[in-house]
Design a binder for this molecule. Structure first.
Ligand code: NAD
Length: 334
């Protein structure tokens, strides 16, 4: 199959080429995001391969169809960037990578927690400047603290088990509790109890209409003063403006983010010579107790390899006229 790969970064190319070695598809790599401005690049291709911030809306899908495209192969789990109804109307199949390494995201979550707690982001900068003072770097033992895990699916499970391993008391909230996690030592509780009893709160549930701004001013108000809040899931789980207020008042003690509500205009780009126009994000960057990474939690060799293999399995199936192993349709229910 002739495939136009959009939003290509060097690591995408490395892992997709590796996964394609025995399969022989013709991959063409494009740096720009897929949009109405760039969709013409895909003319004459059988498939496009896209990522989280590409845009496959109705207009783009019509352009892809006119150019001969018959598959959108997502190299991510989420598919909110694709107009599935429009794809079905013109007969373009859509496939995704439903799961890859949960350890990649879970371990990054722990990285944010430990770095924030022990102020490693500040210590790194200080030591490089020749400042060896310890003032302001006071942390706490994770062992014995209460950590609340919201969402105990693939990633939340791994996070909970690592926290248990560190000696934390782990509280969990999920509409579908998992008995194996209870057996491992975690305690399921109500969302309200988790919010009020936890020293550390970490989010691992999907973004749906129900979970949009799950962490709003009211939820923040229930939390302990000085709480550590971590979000490596989806930006809009958190009301960022309410979080800013809670940071300013000191109610949130430490904040770690790998995702942000308006990240599409910021992340995966080098904007270091530009003025950031997003005032909310710019304000977040000013706090010494906030650590932000730019949607990096998935970025391990193991996860990228798994993403590339599953993406290629989808492309193989489409090329051979077989059912797509990970098709997404309008009939999909999470
Ligand atoms: P999963 O589907 O395995 O687990 C999600 C869990 O959330 C399920 O157990 C579900 O029952 C639970 N849930 C649903 N609604 C809930 C609610 N209102 N409150 C609490 N729990 C709820 O998903 P996963 O693979 O563990 O991924 C979790 C999230 O991580 C994804 O939805 C995605 O947003 C995010 N993610 C981020 C990155 C990254 O690089 N930062 C990478 C992959 C996934």
């Amino acid at each position: 199959m002739k495939v136009a790969v959009f939003s290509t970064r060097p690591y995408d190319r490395t892992f997709l080429e590796q996964a394609n070695r025995q399969r022989g598809h013709e991959l063409h790599f494009f740096e720009p995001r897929l949009s109405a401005q760039t969709a013409s690049l895909a003319a004459g291709f059988d498939a496009v391969c896209i990522f989280v911030n590409d845009q496959a809306d109705g207009e783009v899908i019509q352009m892809l169809h006119d150019g001969g495209c018959r598959l959108i192969a997502l190299r991510c789990a989420g598919f909110n960037q694709v107009d599935l109804a429009a794809a079905e109307r013109v007969g373009i199949a859509v496939a995704r990578v439903p799961a890859y390494s949960p350890h990649a995201v879970a371990e990054h979550t722990l990285g944010l927690m430990l770095a924030l707690n022990r102020r490693i982001h500040r210590a790194f900068a200080r030591v490089r400047e020749g400042n060896f003072l310890l003032d302001g770097l006071l942390g706490f033992d994770m062992a014995g603290r209460t950590a609340g895990v919201i969402g105990t699916g693939r990633i939340g499970q791994v996070v909970a088990r690592i926290l248990l391993g560190l000696g934390c008391r782990v509280l969990a909230f999920d509409p579908k509790p998992d008995e194996t996690l209870t057996a491992a030592g975690a305690a399921y509780t109500s969302l309200e109890a988790l919010l009020s009893d936890s020293d550390i709160i970490t989010l691992h549930c999907p973004l749906t209409p129900d979970t949009h701004h799950l962490i709003d001013a009211a939820a923040l108000g229930r939390m302990k003063r000085g709480v550590m809040l971590i979000n490596t899931s989806r930006g809009a789980l958190v009301d960022t403006r309410a979080v800013l207020d809670a940071l300013k008042s000191g109610h949130i003690g430490l904040l770690g983010l790998d995702v942000y509500e308006e990240e599409a205009d910021l992340f995966f780009q080098d904007l270091s010579d530009r003025v950031i126009q997003d005032d909310v994000f710019a304000r977040l960057l000013t706090f010494p107790n906030v650590l932000i990474t730019s949607h990096q939690a998935f970025l391990t060799e193991d996860a990228l390899d798994a993403i590339a293999q599953t993406t290629m399995d989808n492309i193989d199936a489409a090329a051979n006229g077989k059912p797509l192993p990970h098709a997404v349709t309008t009939a999909y229910r999470a």
